[in-house]
Design a protein around this ligand. Structure first.
Ligand SMILES: Nc1ncnc2c1ncn2[C@@H]1O[C@H](COP(=O)(O)OP(=O)(O)OP(=O)(O)O)[C@@H](O)[C@H]1O
Length: 496
């Protein structure tokens, strides 16, 4: 049994007070609860409590703002913050304000008891000193899923340190964003942030890119060049796609990490490396080690604090907020404002997003730029997102998209202008039939697209019999494929 301690629990939610009380009592602690800051201050003034566990949003105060005041009054009282406002901002602010730890709600009660125990054991040396607190500053990472909470908690802990961080995750999951957050929110933020992507530089140039070279170090080295290590002095060096680093460069990097010094290629002087290293990869480094392509000793040097970013399909609940964020950003960049209706949000959440957040970001920009209506439905989202992934020659003609995207009047006017304006002769088969024929094709194609080529469903959607649909497809030259793709609409109206 652990040593009994008195824990103050502050939360205005009676349910939370009860479960937390029970869990802590089961762990052998004494518990005092209160539902507001006033009650908490009373206990603190009385000298009660070994650990304080508080919610952020209290009826009469903000839990984060109170931490420095609590620490000033009772420097020996560690504060653990619980919050349902699960942003990176809350995690970072809790750390900055000097919280012992931060627990995003909902949390695991075992984790709470473990955290309370370690806070109690470290009493006295507990509340961290404040660094900087930039209130309300917009923080870059979106997403409140449980998976991202873990990321934020780790980030908040390592931001104030110089520890080497290894960011792992599929392409487009935000690895570079994490590296930037580590830099921008940490003590080196006034220094440079220098990124180098191992996969983007020819292998034979990586060493000189990293460490620079002296004049005459090799044929063609007409002048001394500074490497990224030197450029990043006093700041952060982001080594992206570290799994693509050639062996020679790995050996050299390892030496730098061991000695804290580096030498330029062909140089005799050792320069001090005052650089925080953040590395990232989407590759499985363990596999590379087994295959003899990555140095195990370097791996351990770099993998001091691993941060694993979840793929987007593993945190679908973040998709609505991310999608809206990217649409807002597109608007801020001057593209038309778009909103997603419920069907569009549901459709976005169903997709697998192999390109992760980057793919979602690009899809939202495409919608903002190309979809006609302000409100986006699932059908429009699918048209612009699913079909845009088709090879270029199969991509939809804009007219088709407009037909599906709404504003039919605009399209008719446009068609008429193009086909019969300027006194051009009306088409031989008459304007009415011609116009219907022009519209029938994208209508059929879109119906097939939405039903993924299922003719029965497409016929039902259109309200026509299956044989009628077949005939229409033949008449209009639409290929009744299964699957998403249908032949692009290349037909242009004939001017008589
Ligand atoms: N949580 C997030 N909130 C907001 N934007 C995000 C988030 N994660 C990623 N992004 C955005 O998605 C894009 C891709 O992110 P980033 O470049 O950091 O991914 P990456 O994992 O480094 O990709 P790669 O491995 O392909 O280099 C960027 O534009 C980034 O701003």
């Amino acid at each position: 049994m652990s040593t009994p301690a008195t824990i103050i629990v502050v939360d205005d939610d009676a349910g939370i007070r009860t479960v937390v009380r029970q869990a802590l009592q089961r762990a052998g602690h004494l518990v005092r609860t209160t539902d507001n800051a006033t009650g908490m201050w009373k206990l603190i003034e009385e000298g009660v409590g070994d650990v304080l566990v508080t919610d952020v949003l209290l009826p009469d105060a903000n839990g984060l703002d109170m931490i420095p005041l609590v620490t000033a009054r009772r420097p020996d009282l560690p504060v653990i913050v619980m919050s349902a406002q699960n942003t990176l901002s809350t995690a970072v602010r809790a750390t900055e304000q000097g919280a012992f730890d931060y627990l995003p709600k909902p949390f695991d009660l075992n984790e709470l008891t473990r955290t309370v125990q370690s806070a109690f054991e470290s009493k006295g040396a507990s509340n961290r000193s404040q660094s900087h607190a930039d209130d309300g500053e917009a923080l870059p990472m979106i997403g409140r899923s449980a998976a991202m909470q873990e990321v934020y908690r780790t980030l908040a802990r390592v931001i104030p340190t110089d520890l080497t961080v290894m960011v792992l995750g599929e392409s487009g999951t935000g690895k570079e964003l994490v590296a930037r957050a580590l830099h921008d929110l940490g003590p080196r933020r006034t220094g440079p942030f220098v990124a180098i992507n191992m996969a983007a530089i020819p292998r034979e140039l990586i060493e000189t890119e990293l460490f620079g070279h002296e004049r005459g170090a090799f044929t063609g080295a007409a002048a001394r060049s500074t490497g990224r290590f030197e450029q990043a002095q006093g700041g952060t060096l982001f080594l992206d796609e570290i799994g693509d680093m050639p062996m020679d460069a790995q050996t050299r990097l390892l030496r730098v990490l061991q000695s804290g010094e580096f030498m330029t290629v062909g140089g005799a002087r050792a320069l001090k490396a005052d650089v925080r290293i953040v590395a990232a990869t989407h590759k499985d480094l363990r596999r590379l080690i087994d295959a003899g392509m990555f140095r195990e000793d370097l791996y351990y040097r770099l993998n001091v604090v691993p941060i694993r970013l979840p793929p987007l399909r593993g945190r679908r609940e973040d998709i609505p907020e991310l999608a809206r964020h990217f649409l807002d950003r597109a608007t801020a960049e001057g593209l038309p404002r778009k909103t997603l209706d419920a069907s569009a949000v549901a459709w976005l959440m169903e997709q697998s997003w192999p390109g992760n957040v980057r793919e979602l970001e690009n899809a939202m920009r495409r919608l903002a730029a190309l979809a006609r209506d302000e409100q986006i439905s699932a059908a429009v989202a699918e048209l612009w997102i699913a079909r845009a992934d088709l090879p270029a020659e199969r991509a939809p003609a804009p007219d088709q998209a407009v037909a599906a995207g709404g504003s039919l009047e605009a399209l008719v006017a446009q068609w008429l202008q193009r086909n019969v304006a300027d006194g051009a002769r009306p088409p031989e088969d008459g304007l009415y039939d011609r116009l219907l024929a022009e519209f029938e094709r994208p209508l059929l194609e879109t119906a097939l697209l939405l039903t993924r080529g299922n003719q029965l469903k497409a016929a039902k959607l259109l309200g026509v019999n299956r044989n009628t649909l077949r005939k229409m497809l033949t008449d209009r030259g639409v290929e009744p494929q299964t699957g998403r793709g249908v032949e692009p609409h290349t037909g242009r109206g004939r001017n008589g």
